[in-house]
Structures are given as structure tokens and as C-alpha cells.
Design a protein around this ligand. Structure first.
Ligand SMILES: Nc1ncnc2c1ncn2[C@@H]1O[C@H](COP(=O)(O)OP(=O)(O)O)[C@@H](O)[C@H]1O
Ligand SMILES: [Mg+2]
Length: 256
């Protein structure tokens, strides 16, 4: 049985998309079959993996609106072996309103993914920076929630609300859903602040904290403009090493 991990944090700019892309690519590099689902209308996961989001005709939007088959909205990555992408673009921005009077709207993604879940070792879902119906769909589809935490002031802001949302979804919509844990992103070893944030979060949160800490690394910021994940763009960079290590930790979890 595979594992479906949603990458969520309602704050923008904390490293969700960077983590989704590079974690998926590094898990695939380790020989696992991976599907990555872009559930953010910004489509940054889609473009970061080398697809032209404005030219793609069928996306996850069409799937959840019941207008396309699974096959039509999945693309095998040309840059990473073992990786399949379910892309998104700005069309998805309409989904919230359009789903408003759809029956079981919280489950439209899950009901589709259930058909192909067993074809993959891991399914990674990138979320928009909000707790809207798209994020709820991601969480009803998922087994676990991985929360990237940026090593910045106010790192914990919104985290209690996120955990409350996960609890609510666990109680009402998806009894299987649990917190996978947190991963620190954009760690800057030159500042005390990053180290303080890590300490503070460790004291405040009672969940798995991944040992791998993702450093601030300029190669990670550059890679998306080349349409490549870090392990392809700059395989020996600190960013690539860190996401490989995170992938290893996640693959090797015995309790999930
Ligand atoms: N570890 C990192 N080092 C350097 N830049 C990063 C790192 N992680 C993310 N970034 C950059 O920070 C910005 C926000 O990251 P992103 O992954 O898009 O966040 P989110 O998806 O949570 O909005 C992007 O420009 C990204 O390239
Ligand atoms: Mg993002």
C-alpha cells in the first residue's frame, strides 16, 4: 500500500511547492513510483517540473469538475523517471465557486484518486496557501499531512489553526488522516533566528519533526525557472542533498 501525503500550510511562501516538487523527484529517484498532484491554481508545481501551464488542455480542474478522465489529465515527466504529474493552472481558481453546489464536493478528488492509488508508491499533493475546498479535497484524499515550516519570525503563526483543521477533517471527513510531521525549510545557518525557530517549534509541537532541515539554498530558488527539480538541475547542491535525505527519512518511516 502506498502513502498519499499532502503538503499543507495556509501561509504562502513557506516552501510548500519547493518541497512538493523536490520531495516527489527525490522519492522517484530512489526508485519509487510517484504521482504529484498540483492543487494550487498558481500552477507552480506544474511549471517547476517543466510543463507549460498555459498550454496544457486538461488539468486537475477538469478532473474534479467531471469533465475529463484520469488518463487525460496525467502526464509522465520527461525530466524525472518514475514521476507522473497531474497539472494545474489558473482554471482551478474557479473550482471553489463551481463546486459550491456539487454533492459530496469534499470528496471529488478522492473519488477519482481511489481508482489509481495502488498504482503508486507515493502520491504527493501540493496545496494552495489557504484552507479552502481544494485543501479540504487534498486532505480527504490523503493519509498524512506534511507541514513545511519556514525558519522565520512567526513560523508558528497559523499552525494551531492548521492542526485544528486536520483534526476536524479527521473527525468528520477522513478518519485515516494524520499529521505526518513537520519539516523546516529555508534554514539559514548564519543567523541565530533559524536555530531559535527550530528550538521553539520543537518545544511547542508534539509531532514528528524530520531530522533533515532544508537549508536556504539559491539553487533551490533557481531550479523552477529551468523546469527541473533540484536533483536534476544541480544534483550535488546542498538543496539536492537535503531533499534526498528528507525523501529517505519519509520512505523509511516504519510507523506509517
Ligand atoms: N530552501 C530554499 N532556499 C531558497 N529559496 C527557497 C527555498 N525554499 C523555497 N524557496 C523560494 O521561496 C519562495 C517560496 O517558496 P514556495 O515553495 O513557492 O512556497 P509556497 O508554495 O509555500 O508558497 C520561492 O521563490 C522559492 O523558490
Ligand atoms: Mg506553492
Amino acid at each position: 500500500m502506498g502513502r498519499t501525503i499532502v503538503i499543507a500550510n495556509q501561509k504562502g511562501g513557506v516552501g510548500k511547492t519547493t518541497t512538493a516538487i523536490n520531495l516527489a523527484a527525490c522519492i522517484a529517484e530512489a526508485g519509487k513510483k510517484v504521482l504529484i498532484i498540483d492543487l494550487d491554481p498558481q500552477g507552480n508545481t506544474t511549471s517547476g517540473l517543466g510543463l507549460n501551464k498555459n498550454e496544457i488542455e486538461t488539468t486537475v480542474y477538469d478532473l474534479i469538475m467531471g469533465e475529463s478522465s484520469l488518463k487525460e489529465c496525467m502526464i509522465k515527466s520527461e525530466v524525472v523517471e518514475n514521476l507522473t504529474i497531474m497539472p494545474a493552472n489558473v482554471n482551478l481558481a474557479g473550482a471553489e465557486i463551481e463546486l459550491a453546489d456539487v454533492k459530496d464536493r469534499e470528496y471529488v478528488l478522492k473519488n477519482e484518486i481511489d481508482y489509481i492509488r495502488d498504482d503508486y508508491d507515493f502520491i504527493i499533493i501540493d496545496c494552495p496557501p489557504s484552507l479552502n475546498v481544494l485543501t479540504v479535497n487534498a486532505m480527504t484524499t490523503a493519509d498524512t499531512v506534511l507541514v513545511p515550516i519556514q525558519c522565520e519570525y512567526y513560523a508558528l503563526e497559523g499552525i494551531s489553526q492548521l492542526i485544528h483543521t486536520i483534526d476536524l477533517i479527521h473527525d468528520r471527513l477522513n478518519p485515516n488522516l494524520i499529521l505526518e510531521g513537520v519539516v523546516f525549510t529555508m534554514y539559514d545557518a548564519r543567523t541565530n533566528l533559524s536555530a531559535e525557530v527550530v528550538e521553539n517549534v520543537k518545544e511547542s509541537l508534539d509531532t514528528t519533526i524530520y531530522k533533515t532541515i532544508i537549508p536556504r539554498n539559491v539553487r533551490l530558488a533557481e531550479a523552477p525557472s529551468y523546469g527541473q527539480p533540484i536533483n536534476v538541475y544541480e544534483p550535488k547542491s546542498a538543496g539536492a542533498e537535503s531533499y534526498r535525505n528528507l525523501a529517505k527519512e519519509i520512505i523509511n518511516r516504519k510507523d506509517l
